[in-house]
Ligand binder design. Structure first.
Ligand code: TEU
Ligand code: CA
Length: 558
């Protein structure tokens, strides 16, 4: 296996709108990030992924780009960016930008041109189809964010495809000019010295080119897998992107693998394939979301989670590499979802980072998770900002599939605003994020959950993150060890060993609120030193160890 720097490196994801506001207009910005680089460095992370910062009308907070080579004015200027990059590099922190190659904003100059007429040279930058004879859309494809994936452009009489909002028309990757234009933008940033890209929904670049209708009964996740992602040209495009751009730089690509499965992932990341460096998979993030967001979801099930981790390990044993995450800007807060954000807030937040830091695959940490930020409870739809949640709510008002209260409850449980509330720096007004009312309200728990309060507390979630990430730097076994599980069918405890050369560790994680006895044969001939433990309490004997609620306990065996 080729041990590139980005495999062991830990990624810290920043959602710039919500991270730190330097000029007090209520919106986080680049200077705000620069002023927190020492803080970020102190976490012992290596790479910063910044969610989109390119010019955008913000219909989907930057995931609708109107100029790939300009900075969004709300976030600052190009020289603010250059300063951020150079200050980061001085601290030995890498910067990874979020590239959105599947669609642009409808305000991008390419789309403005394309709309002019059917024979405009930019027409073919997008995907246009004639209406059906009755005037309806060319097929029944649903968009990710509700409603059909097609919108009629009245003046030219054709529909354009948009897998996300109607303000995000899909680019036509069949057109070599589109590909070259994106490659040019990539070179622009790489020439400045950025260290790589997180590539938004990169698996969707090639879709089902027959545009066959879908069977809604199979559910949205399967629709993505079968019709939107993994299209016939996907590997051709990604290989071309590697050859024409990525291979010429010391930079890596992390593909957002929506619709990529354990069975086809190696085609994207196999070392011999020369396509992507790693795939960011969704199986954990979507583990209880059966058919897609805002449909029925199932209860937390550790046995299923174990199975997902186990199967994704296989992609790496086949020579590929993956990226792991329990949370990002599109999902609920991890401690609220996978842990317990009340009685066992601290314990479960620490246990969850222990899980992530001891799995192979590049670890992604999302801003605020290092202090255990939680979901927010919004009381009415007026407080909801996220376009996906709002579309769901208003569509549901008409269909009444769920009651309005239920719809709001689902938004509170699953909605994207949960992860997007401003970063909680201290207990001052607006959590120290800004002196102005922020674009999205601060979580009212900021006076008990914030950086300032945790930074000097050796028992805090923040201190635990720093410790375990330092251990990850020191012990390669955490990042590359051979993984072996036991108690596979235990629904409360996740337990595994990892071995690399002479080093062996054993990891015990209690996912329940109860004490649970571990069933493991300790070898009398060996020493078991505690590498990390989220409880102060230390066991005297290795017999009949009872894990406390949400305890994580890792031994170094020698
Ligand atoms: O997300 C793609 C994606 O699949 C998400 O829409 C995800 O499935 C959903 O939020 C959870 O149900 C990426 C970006 O991360 C997201 O913020 C963008 O809105 C989207 O692409 C469009 O660019
Ligand atoms: Ca600002």
């Amino acid at each position: 296996m080729n041990l590139n720097w980005f495999k062991k490196g830990v990624i810290y994801q920043i959602y710039p709108r919500s991270f730190n506001d330097s000029n007090n207009d209520g919106i986080g910005d680049l200077k705000g990030i620069t002023s927190k680089l020492d803080y970020i460095k102190s976490l012992n992370v290596d790479i910063i992924w910044i969610s989109p910062i390119f010019q955008s009308p913000n219909k989907d907070n930057g995931y609708d780009v109107s100029d790939y080579c300009a900075i969004m004015p709300e976030f600052g200027t190009m020289s603010d960016f250059d300063e951020l990059l150079s200050e980061a590099h001085q601290r030995d922190l890498k910067i990874v930008l979020d590239l959105v190659p599947n669609h642009t904003s409808d305000e991008h100059k390419w789309f403005k041109q394309a709309k002019q007429s059917k024979n405009n040279p930019y027409r073919d930058f997008y995907i246009w189809k004639k209406p059906k004879p009755d005037g309806s859309p060319p097929n029944n494809w649903p968009s990710f964010f509700g409603g059909p994936a097609w919108t009629l452009h009245e003046n030219t009489g054709e529909y354009y495809l948009h897998l996300f909002t109607k303000n995000q028309p899909d680019l036509n990757w069949e057109n070599p000019k589109v590909r070259e234009s994106i490659y040019e933008a990539m070179r622009f940033w790489l020439d400045k010295g950025v260290d790589g890209f997180r590539m938004d929904v990169v698996s969707l670049l090639s879709k089902d080119l027959n545009f066959k209708g879908v069977d809604p009964k199979i559910g949205f996740r399967k629709i993505i897998e079968k019709h939107y992602a993994n299209g016939p040209k996907i590997h051709h495009y990604l290989h071309e992107m590697y050859e024409k751009v990525m291979k010429h730089y010391d930079a890596f690509s992390m593909g957002e693998g929506v619709g990529v499965t354990q069975d086809n992932a190696h085609l994207y990341v196999g070392e011999d394939r020369k396509e992507l460096d790693m795939i960011y998979h969704f199986d954990i993030l979507e583990n209880n979301i059966i058919n897609g967001k805002f449909e029925e979801s199932s209860e937390f099930d550790l046995i299923n989670i174990k199975k997902i981790f186990r199967n994704w390990q296989k992609v790496m044993t086949k020579g590929g590499w993956i990226a792991n995450a329990l949370g990002n800007h599109d999902f609920a807060r991890l401690v609220s979802r996978f842990g317990n954000d009340k009685k066992y807030h601290k314990e479960s937040a620490k246990m969850l980072i222990t899980l992530m830091a001891t799995q192979n695959g590049t670890l992604n940490i999302y801003q605020g998770d290092e202090i255990g930020m939680t979901n927010i409870h919004l009381k009415s739809i007026d407080q909801v900002n996220d376009v996906q949640s709002r579309n769901f709510y208003f569509e549901n008002l008409e269909t009444q599939k769920f009651s309005n209260d239920k719809a709001l409850e689902m938004i509170n449980n699953e909605g994207r605003d949960n992860a997007r509330t401003p970063m909680q720096w201290n207990s001052e007004d607006q959590a120290g994020f800004s002196e102005h009312e922020p674009w999205l309200q601060v979580n009212p728990n900021y006076n008990i959950i914030n950086v300032e309060q945790q930074i000097n507390d050796s028992d805090s979630i923040l201190s635990y993150y720093k410790t375990i990430l330092a251990l990850k730097k020191e012990h390669d076994v955490l990042s590359y060890g051979k993984f072996e599980e036991f108690e596979k069918n235990n629904k409360n405890i996740y337990a595994y060993t990892k071995t690399l050369g002479y080093q062996e560790i054993v990891v015990f994680l209690n996912f329940s609120q109860n004490e649970n006895l571990i069933d493991y044969e300790f070898d009398n001939e060996k020493n078991y030193d505690i590498l990390i433990n989220n409880y102060r309490f230390v066991t005297k004997t290795l017999k009949n160890i009872e894990l406390k609620p949400y305890q994580s306990l890792v031994f170094n065996i020698n």
